[in-house]
Design a protein around this ligand. Structure first.
Ligand code: SAH
Length: 238
């Protein structure tokens, strides 16, 4: 695992990683496209980080699958990493034992929960079932849980989404992992998702409020795990 590339949706999630690894911005790396790239040599590795970038009009981070596909594709075609780490925040479920600030490593496969295509073949393609590395070798050494990551295009959740999550076993809900996993699978590059829980979807509280209240705590935990993956060379055991 000589070259490791973090794909991170939001600048707020990426900032502590940029600082810790001493990453420097590669000015104009992707021309006028929104994703931004950073790099450094660190602890015997080449570390890259690509963020989704910011929408000019609103000044907000691009989130969601379209932006994540673009970031992941540009990252892979520019840097050919040996491992992709999709780091970010996510919603968890009390019913699955999640607590605010928990960090999950992706396990088994990565799926989507808001694609409804009830035609044999396309139903499975819609849900994804995309590969990710087995985290079980390192999970006991790191303060994290493991679970099936599932992605969709909305922050909220509907009954139909829940129904699909029941079918796929999805446990950790975000808006990018599936997209990054799809690109990683096309290039056959190992993928690990690291997701910190900002909100509990089934706790009866507003998701946007929980997201804003817990964003700092969750990103601190997320970054701690990401630092350890590199500093303690845990990625080499994947
Ligand atoms: N209000 C936020 C918007 C963040 S949207 C802002 O300040 O800009 C949610 C982002 O966090 C996405 O990148 C998504 O991957 C992740 N996320 C956190 N909780 C989520 C949840 N419950 N469902 C889906 N995505 C979630």
């Amino acid at each position: 695992m000589k070259k490791v590339c973090f794909i991170v949706a939001m600048q707020g999630e990426a900032k502590p990683l940029i600082r810790h690894f001493g990453l420097h911005h590669i000015e104009g790396c992707f021309g006028s496209l929104p994703p931004q790239a950073y790099r450094a040599s660190y602890a015997g590795k080449e570390i890259f980080l690509v963020t989704n970038g910011i929408e000019q009009e609103t000044g907000l981070d691009y989130i969601g699958c379209e932006a994540a596909v673009l970031s992941a594709h540009l990252a892979v075609s520019s840097f050919s990493p040996d491992l992709i780490i999709n780091a970010g925040t996510a919603g968890g479920f009390v019913s699955k034992g999640a607590e605010i600030g928990d960090v999950y490593l992706s396990n088994k496969y990565v799926v989507f929960h808001d694609r409804r295509v009830p035609i044999p073949g396309w139903d499975k393609m819609g849900q994804g079932y995309l590969p990710c590395v087995d985290p079980l070798n390192i999970i006991s050494e790191i303060n994290a849980k493991s679970g099936v990551c599932t992605s969709g295009s909305s922050l909220d959740i509907t009954g139909d989404d829940l129904e699909q999550m029941k079918q796929t076993g999805g446990e950790v809900k975000d808006m990018e992992a599936g997209a990054v996993a799809w690109v990683a699978s096309l290039y056959n590059i190992p993928l690990l998702c690291v997701k910190a829980i900002t909100d509990l979807v089934d706790a009866g509280h507003s998701t946007p409020e929980q997201f804003n209240d817990n964003f700092l705590l969750a990103t601190q935990r997320l970054d701690d795990v990401c630092f350890r993956l590199i500093d303690e060379k845990l990625v080499d055991k994947l």
